[in-house]
Ligand binder design. Structure first.
Ligand SMILES: Cc1cc2nc3c(=O)[nH]c(=O)nc-3n(C[C@H](O)[C@H](O)[C@H](O)COP(=O)(O)O)c2cc1C
Length: 400
């Protein structure tokens, strides 16, 4: 069996021959088109990895999804709109607060991406920078997912000066044009997870670092790997921030609100950081992974030695306003998706970014000016676990 992205997988009843399920192949894992495939099922809109059995065959559509003739012209069904929002919502957000909402205008084929101000972190993110980063990441996923369906995502940031909660609009009216380089990132959207486990000390090759820098550069954002005394400075500032966070009532309140220990009454199964994603407690090594337990005991949690020379990359822009934050968020997700395809694991080291006096000295001394928006920890290690997301009935509304 061989297939291209865009073909359909048809599963038939072995007794009657009637079609039981039909799904679009949205990812092919082998260059020669043999299984397994990522299939988006038409009945649920969900994507799953499928090893087709004898009751399945391929319906060839004759063109890959990215170039699907007329795809840009065909209206999206509500199931397809919800599938795009599920892809967007797989994005990372601080404490998994998922501070986004989506509105789709069927007639105009236009998404509004808005900030959900009920999901802010008042102490750790008072200026809403982290909120914009998370929403920027969701916007990047939406662009990738739209491009993957063969539609050009024409994006405008902050289109209404009178409404700062309207973060972006994405029009899907044209066939795919100059965003076609985004299609290849699609398989990484649901494979990327934050990994708070130890990584190997294996160095990331220079060619891969260059690919990651280019991914950030494509969004107008610089990515630099910290080394030497700059790396030491970033580690020291992060430890200082960790120490402050432990005794700062506001940070502790944000953390407690969005995390849940096993002995607590569940507050919601669709948001926040669950204990299984905390990773082990750091015993040795230098990677300053945030301890989501905040010093509280978690029964059965292991300790581990982390890498002795963490590989940290900083995202920065010359400016520091909501437009920069949204660009940085898109760049962050583009880097993370690219890293996932390069078989790298990733996590975030943002403690020092939450204290204005610690944020400024984080910047790259060689590049000079620039505002740091994110510190990423990258390396070879176990992938992180999937964490929950809010269902689209809570995040999406569709207008005529
Ligand atoms: C702006 C921002 C800041 C974050 N800060 C941290 C951090 O300091 N430490 C950490 O382990 N994860 C951090 N995260 C990752 C989130 O906790 C994670 O994205 C969320 O729990 C969802 O999990 P997932 O990334 O595995 O999908 C941050 C994410 C964003 C977007």
């Amino acid at each position: 069996m061989r297939a291209h992205v865009g073909d359909h997988l048809i599963v038939e009843s072995p007794t009657t021959g009637a079609t039981r399920r039909n799904g679009e192949i949205v990812g092919v894992h082998h260059n020669d088109g043999t299984p397994p495939y990522d299939v988006r099922w038409s009945d649920s809109g969900r994507v799953s990895l499928v090893f087709p059995g004898p009751d399945a065959h391929i319906h060839h559509t004759g063109h890959p999804a990215g170039t699907a003739a007329g795809a840009g012209a065909r209206p999206l069904s509500d199931v397809e709109v919800a599938a795009l929002v599920r892809d967007a919502s797989a994005a990372p957000s601080m404490h998994n607060a998922q501070p986004w909402r989506f509105r789709y205008f069927r007639g105009e084929r236009l998404f509004h991406v808005t900030a959900d101000l009920a999901r802010t972190l008042p102490h750790s993110d008072a200026d809403l920078r982290a909120l914009h980063l998370g929403c920027g990441a969701a916007l990047m996923n939406l662009r990738v997912a739209a491009a993957h369906t063969g539609r050009q995502p024409t994006t405008r940031l902050l289109p209404d000066p009178g409404d700062p909660t309207l973060l972006a609009t994405v029009a899907l009216t044209s066939p795919l044009g100059d965003e076609d380089d985004l299609c290849g990132l699609y398989p990484a959207i649901h494979a990327r997870h934050t990994s708070r486990s130890p990584f190997a000390d294996t160095e990331i090759p220079e060619s891969v670092r260059t690919t990651l820098r280019e991914a950030a550069g494509a969004e107008g954002v610089s990515l630099s790997f910290a080394s030497g005394w700059h790396l030491q400075t970033v580690l020291d500032l992060t430890l200082e921030a960790e120490a402050r966070n432990l005794t700062d009532q506001g940070s502790a309140a944000d953390l407690t609100h969005w995390t849940q220990l096993p002995d607590q009454t569940p507050r919601s199964a669709t948001e926040g950081v669950p204990p299984y994603a905390f990773g082990p407690r750091r015993h040795g090594g230098k990677a300053p992974v945030r301890d989501f337990a905040g010093g509280r005991p978690v029964p059965g949690r292991e300790t581990a030695d982390f890498e002795s020379s963490p590989q940290l990359a900083l995202l920065a822009t010359p400016g520091d306003n909501p437009n920069d934050w949204l660009r940085a968020g898109q760049a962050m997700e583009r880097v993370l998706l690219t890293a996932t395809l390069e078989e790298l694991s990733s996590s975030f080291i943002t403690q020092a970014l939450e204290w204005p006096d610690l944020r400024w000295p984080l910047r790259d001394p060689v590049a000079g000016a620039g505002h740091v928006h994110m510190v990423l920890r990258l390396g070879y290690g176990p992938p992180g676990p999937r964490t929950p997301r809010r269902p689209t009935r809570h995040t999406l509304d569709i207008q005529p």
